[in-house]
Design a protein around this ligand. Structure first.
Ligand code: SF4
Length: 242
């Protein structure tokens, strides 16, 4: 029986990108090898020995968990929610577990949102038939501390554009315009109508003077390259939600 590592399960609203405000059930996978300098989910980078299901009665569950045990616990929480979101960590680092989980949950008829850093394109191809929407969080060098993974990201987007797909980049005061433009050109090269979301970095909840105006100017500049550019902060944080 296939098992996997989960970090937490919870109900919240989607706080990022075009689906902002939509209530959904999140399964956050445990484990990510990327080690971004500005990681906003550092706990989920490791495969912990247990995870929490944050329902009306919080439940602690040992890892690794069987797909059947996980689905039995999350199905009652899904109720009338329109979406089931898998996030991380990096869900595509556990493709077998993810694929089986999505297969089982497809019987609920919920739409599936996959949130990923968008590099594991072979694994994406495996799970694509069971995914409805793909949120690709392209990690800029100022966020990750590493060069933009151009080839992996491009290959990933070529596959992802077969579904509803959008790209997000997190931008802080130290982010150079050139790295955002490089990511935008990469998306433009794929030639899908892929929305491109600029998201202010979370640790800048009180932006330095002039930062919001800089981000607006950046978003306007990006419209020279892309059809669908949006500047959207994290809404769940503003609501005090997970
Ligand atoms: S890809 Fe996501 S979870 Fe992994 S280190 Fe980067 S920000 Fe953290």
């Amino acid at each position: 029986m296939l098992k996997g590592y989960v970090d937490e399960v919870f109900v919240s609203v989607q706080g990022e990108g075009p689906l902002v405000g939509t209530p959904m059930l999140f399964v956050r996978f445990g484990g990510c090898v990327a080690a971004c300098e500005h990681c906003d989910t550092p706990r989920a980078r490791t495969r912990a020995s247990q995870f929490v299901i944050r329902g009306p009665k919080a439940e602690v569950v040992p890892n690794p968990v069987k797909v059947a045990d996980l689905t039995a616990r999350v199905e009652p929480l899904l109720r009338n929610l329109p979406y089931f979101a898998v996030t991380g960590g990096e869900p595509l680092e556990q493709p077998g577990f993810l694929s089986l989980l999505l297969t089982r949950l497809s019987e609920t008829g919920k739409r599936v949102l996959l949130e990923t850093r968008g590099q594991h394109y072979r694994e994406l191809a495996e799970v694509l038939p069971r995914v409805d929407v793909i949120a690709v969080d392209v990690k800029l060098p100022s966020f990750s501390g590493k060069p933009l993974p151009r080839e992996e990201t491009k290959n990933f987007l070529e596959i992802a554009k077969q579904r509803t797909c959008y790209v997000k980049v997190v931008v802080g005061p130290d982010t150079e315009e050139a790295e955002v433009l490089e990511a935008a050109r990469l998306v433009a090269d794929v030639r899908g109508r892929i929305p491109f979301v600029v998201q202010p970095r979370r640790d800048e909840s009180t932006p330095p003077p002039g930062e919001s105006e800089r981000l607006l100017a950046l978003a306007v500049r990006l419209t020279d390259t892309l059809d669908d550019v949006r500047l959207i902060p994290q809404v769940h944080r503003a609501l005090g939600l997970r």
